[in-house]
Design a protein. Structure first.
Length: 148
């Protein structure tokens, strides 16, 4: 729920900017995850097909090189996905987006209900906003610590 009049409010504007930024990051990680899965599948399937056409003794040098390139590509895409853990990153951004949207909707509802109520609750909105950002920071820091 968006209210255009609130676009001038700094807290609301900041919340909306974070929502847009995190939504884009989440989409990017989810897309990278899907692409890496598809590329790994097609790469492994193509190696099976190429090796199955001829016996390994009959392979020409160019075919052997092609198999090596495809194998390297599969290893690379699997390593990228494993290294960056794209699926889990996309999920953690979903949680962050949910909290920010809840705050934005609460602010919009209070504003549409009573503008004075909205002005009275600005400190609470800011405290909630800081809490959401700190929680996300803790999630990121803890995920890096678990990798070490």
């Amino acid at each position: 729920m968006k209210i255009k009049e609130l676009n001038e409010d700094l807290i609301y504007k900041s919340v909306q900017l974070w929502i847009d930024k995190i939504r884009n990051k989440k989409r990017r990680y989810a897309a990278f995850y899907k692409v890496s899965r598809v590329l790994t599948f097609f790469g492994s399937a193509s190696i099976t097909i190429i090796v199955g056409w001829k016996k390994p003794e009959e392979l020409e040098m160019s075919s052997a090189n092609l198999i090596l390139l495809i194998s390297a590509f599969i290893a690379f895409t699997a390593a990228i996905e494993g290294l960056f853990d794209l699926k889990d990153k996309a999920k953690s951004y979903d949680v962050f987006l949910f909290e920010l949207r809840r705050l934005r909707d609460r602010m919009s509802y209070d504003y549409s209900k009573d503008q004075k109520l909205y002005e009275q609750n600005k400190d609470q909105y800011f405290s909630k906003y800081e809490g959401i950002l700190n929680a996300q920071k803790m999630i990121i820091e803890n995920s890096y610590e678990s990798e070490e």
